[in-house]
Design a protein. Sequence first.
Length: 245
Amino acid sequence: MIRSEAAMTSQVPTTIPSQQSSGSKLAIILGIAIAIGAFFYFDLGRFLSLNALQENRDHLLAFTEANYATAVGLFVLAYIAVTGLSLPGAVILTLAGGFLFGSVFGTLYVNIGATTGATLAFLTARYLLRDWVEQKFGKWLGPVQQGFTNNAFSYLMTLRLIPLFPFFAVNLVSGLTRMNVGTYVAATALGIIPGSFVYAYAGRQLGTINSLKEIASPNVIIAFVLLGLLALVPMLYKKLSGRQA
């Protein structure tokens, strides 16, 4: 009798933590589902459009000028939410970052928000949604896993610099690999700087346009040229890779 009671007592500590862990995971997954559902149900994406940015330009600039720290905090949190939940709108947010905070500081704030959000998506895929991510993006898992096997940091840097796969897909698929979090954060933070700067610079220039005549200004033309070159990078990379193969 004493032995059976001792055995039951020893089993309790292992059962309760397991149940608590499953409950916590379920609660987090439910929270993610509700957040994503609310985004689409209430059509919050309408606020992450170029038209919305243009229509509210003066109000956004005035608010940022009067409440700079608050504006930065809200911007970073919004970027973390969009990236962490793999929602559409990151490009518009990057343009808005340059528009509101300038090319350099806009890039910095975008980097903080994007890296943090991407890391949350990475951890979510690894610990919570592993089966769903593997089923949804399994076709990309093989090439990504092979690239990470050779040199995880360099390969992820390449994927960030040259967007061969969608940003959100890389975040999720990377969570299924053996890459450690530190390497992932470092490669992401460094790899997204050029692209973030190009869009932030474009956003800054677009924010200065007050009439159609100003579209032909040198700075605006440079911004569009940089965006065009950035779009050509994946095609150039594929051609060069094909020749080397």
